[in-house]
Write a protein that binds this ligand. Sequence first.
Ligand SMILES: NC(=O)c1ccc[n+]([C@@H]2O[C@H](COP(=O)([O-])OP(=O)(O)OC[C@H]3O[C@@H](n4cnc5c(N)ncnc54)[C@H](O)[C@@H]3O)[C@@H](O)[C@H]2O)c1
Length: 375
Amino acid sequence: MNNKLRVGIIGGGLMGREAASAFARWFVLNNFPVQVELTAVCDLQPSLIDWFRQIPTVRLFTQDHHQLLASSEVDVVYVAVPHNLHEAIYLDVLTAGKDLLAEKPFGIDLAAARRIRDAAAASGRFVRCSSEFPFLPGVQRVIEWARSGAMGKPLEVRSCFWHASDLDSTKPVNWKRQVRTCGAIGVMGDLGMHVVHVPFRLGWFPNRVYAQLQKIYHERPDGKGGTAPCDTWDNAMLHTEAVIQGIETPMRLEMKRLAPGATNTWSIEILGTDGGMRYSTAEPKTLWRFDRSKEQWWSRTDLGFQTPFPTITGGIFEPGFPDCFLQMWAAFAAERAGALGDRFGCVTPDEAVRSHEVFEAALASHASRTAVIPG
Ligand SMILES: NC(=O)c1ccc[n+]([C@@H]2O[C@H](COP(=O)([O-])OP(=O)(O)OC[C@H]3O[C@@H](n4cnc5c(N)ncnc54)[C@H](O)[C@@H]3O)[C@@H](O)[C@H]2O)c1
């Protein structure tokens, strides 16, 4: 395996540029076995392509993703485009013989996700899906603790991702608010992969789903003086059950665009008879741990910068979104190079398909007002 990862980006919007910024800071990783080079960029918007001209390693700028995929200087492609384009572009990447870091939700619906998963398996290419929060030090500690058995008998799991900016009804519509481009699963497609990644990797899969889905705003300004339909789900509360240590355990998955006060708040709480843990990006340094003996108590630990892949950053400094996004890319590069070891890995195609099975069950549950078995 060549120790240089030559990346092409298709979709240079919010996340395409975030990826470019992670690559530009790659040297923060200490003794990391793989170097990264962003060589090619594709977007439909010339102004976004121009933004990438400040990056000296980028040699190919194009509005046609086929041209990027024909480049012999691209080994891995990061695709960050609207959900209705996932399937066609992901399949083109695989046909071109490139590896893929796909953005979530890995296709606009379950059928698309299955076709992508099958094509990935048939191609033999290395394919993973994006989900960065597990790479924060606090989340790593929760995962380590959950695996240790310290919780005793499981009582309850709650995994959440909340946004609030949509509370403003004057916020203009965009492709993430319309079924045609975002998908019928709505907010679950936007935020859902982030809430299932940790539970799935711990082996906790919902075997029954009762969903409450909310659509509060049905239209929004179109940004051109008129209004446009806003037909996706705003909030999704999935009351599920997962078998943990052989015990059917309530597991609540919350995905919300209308969560008062929450800017990009990802959180997880796991409770058991002997212990518990709680972590939220709202307090990125803070880890809450429950213990009991004669008395019971929650203790608070001030965390530092103990990321899965060591960095030159001071051990007492605070981590944030750009850090976990870079660590996710490091996990992708390390796993592709066979150097992940026992570290946490990116979402696999099978896990991505399972997430869609849960979201499809949620749609069916809400429609029938009954609990539905995913799959
Ligand atoms: N991992 C995360 O935390 C995270 C956060 C936000 C979005 N996302 C995901 O990333 C993806 C993109 O979201 P975004 O917020 O960056 O959206 P965005 O709208 O900011 O960017 C999408 C870009 O794709 C470009 N595009 C559209 N069609 C194209 C084509 N045919 N060829 C090339 N470029 C094309 C658009 O011009 C735009 O610049 C989605 O799948 C979304 O769910 C992930």
